[in-house]
Design a protein around this ligand. Structure first.
Ligand code: NAP
Length: 241
């Protein structure tokens, strides 16, 4: 029986590439989408190597329903990739509380709630890998994204504190901070915004989802067992800290 890995937001973009990389590494991959149709598409795509579930990280009831269903169907996961994330951009002066709360609830509160439910199983197994997908914006900042930047910076602090709590249990906790990666999230930018963005990237191209997935695969491997609490940048030189 292959060990179980959970990837949130696995229906497309970076999450789908991560799910495929972990499946190639020998994991049974549980991937989430916000709709049943997305979850079914994931199940079909992964065939015997994975299964899709519905999860809305902004809704604690949905998180509970997902973790209950997972417990009934599969072994406790030893890999958790907190990949799902949303943006709701606006300048600070215009940002509505609903925009602030949606991003903090989904990108930060939901990650806490979900991660907490898996820690006990990893402790029992004496092995675990928790990988949080942050963003260059968590460190660099970006006008129009105070909610997103706050959530991602919070996620990096969460990574360090949880890494310190769990290191002696052979559970590592790390974050990856991508720059601009070619997915629906960056497709949503206007051509002018995309051109401006490219000008700022020393590598002069967007990153590919597979490049992030390869780093997840490394961090989840035995070879990365002594790395914890870190945030690793993957941004083509956009921001060097
Ligand atoms: P994406 O293409 O927009 O895909 C987002 C994924 O998250 C989808 O699977 C989506 O499911 C799921 N999702 C959306 N709302 C959700 C919710 N409320 N609860 C649970 N899942 C939800 O995103 P991406 O570009 O691959 O980004 C993945 C991660 O990388 C995010 O955390 C993002 O912040 C981070 N990141 C991306 C970039 C970039 O340039 N793309 C850069 C830095 C960091 P549905 O398909 O059902 O909507």
């Amino acid at each position: 029986m292959n060990p179980t890995a959970v990837v949130t937001g696995a229906s497309r973009g970076i999450g789908l590439a991560i799910a495929e990389a972990l499946s190639q590494a020998g994991y049974f991959v549980v991937g989430t989408a916000t709709t049943q149709a997305g979850a079914d598409r994931f199940s079909q795509r992964m065939a015997e190597q994975g299964q899709g579930y519905v999860l809305n990280l902004g809704d604690p009831l949905s998180i509970d329903a997902f973790t209950d269903a997972l417990k009934a169907d599969h072994d406790a996961p030893c890999i958790l990739v907190n990949n799902a994330g949303i943006t709701q951009d606006n300048l600070a002066m215009r940002m509505k509380p609903t925009e602030w709360n949606a991003v903090i609830n989904t990108n930060l509160n939901g990650v806490f709630h979900l991660t907490q439910t898996f820690i006990r199983g990893m402790m029992k197994a004496k092995f675990g890998r928790i990988i949080n997908i942050s963003s260059v914006v968590g460190r660099m900042g970006n006008p129009g994204q105070i909610n997103y930047a706050a959530a991602k910076a919070g996620l990096e602090g969460f990574t360090r504190a949880l890494g310190a709590e769990l290191a002696s249990r052979n559970i590592t906790v790390n974050a990856i901070a991508p720059g601009f990666i070619a997915t629906d999230m960056t497709d949503a930018l206007s051509p002018e915004q995309q051109a401006k963005m490219l000008e700022r990237i020393p590598a002069a191209r967007l990153g590919q989802p597979k490049e992030v997935a390869d780093l997840v695969q490394f961090l989840s491997s035995d070879a990365a067992g002594y790395i914890t609490g870190e945030t690793i940048a993957i941004n083509g030189g956009l921001y060097m800290s």
